[in-house]
Ligand binder design. Structure first.
Ligand SMILES: [Zn+2]
Length: 163
């Protein structure tokens, strides 16, 4: 993790907060960078579109591929304020990004974000058919974790499903 990583994560945090930072609005931000250039910076838009797959990382991968006119993003780093879910981890693998850097991780947030889905996204990468993808967590971890419901938050069931 470098100062450069923290710089891009700060941008992802700004993107996440761009429509407010109430945890009920699922403020997730993602920035994709290559050679010091931003290819995409997106917030999750599941409710706005509406599109169940419109997570920040999915939106950013789509925009980045459009902007470079290529379905592969080799050499790029994907920054996400929260550990990517299974879908976004798989999308990162398919898009051929080189690195995934995330802020908060499972243990920093409410179980509804990860454990409830019964999937360990990091195991995904470990067992993926690509050995050229690195994934690193904990970049501006505390700042990122503040965006989400804490591990012990007392949430009604319907709110938990409202990701
Ligand atoms: Zn996701």
């Amino acid at each position: 993790m470098t100062q450069e990583d923290e710089r891009w994560m700060r941008m992802a945090l700004d993107v996440a907060r761009s429509k407010g930072s109430d945890p009920s609005t699922s403020p997730l931000g993602c920035v994709i960078v290559r050679d010091g250039q931003v290819l995409a910076a997106e917030r999750n838009q599941t409710h706005e579109l509406p599109d169940a797959t419109a997570h920040a990382e999915m939106m950013a991968i789509r925009r980045a591929c459009e902007s470079v006119g290529d379905l592969e993003l080799r050499g790029a780093t994907l920054y996400s304020t929260l550990q990517p879910c299974g879908m976004c981890t798989m999308a990162s693998i398919w898009s051929k990004v080189e690195r995934v850097v995330y802020g908060a991780e499972g243990a920093d947030v409410h179980p509804m974000y990860f454990e409830a889905h019964g999937i360990d996204t990091l195991a995904f990468v470990t067992h993926a058919y690509r050995d050229d993808l690195t994934i690193e967590g904990g970049c501006l971890r505390a700042e990122c974790a503040q965006l989400y419901y804490g591990p012990d938050a007392d949430l009604p069931k319907d709110e938990q499903a409202n990701l």
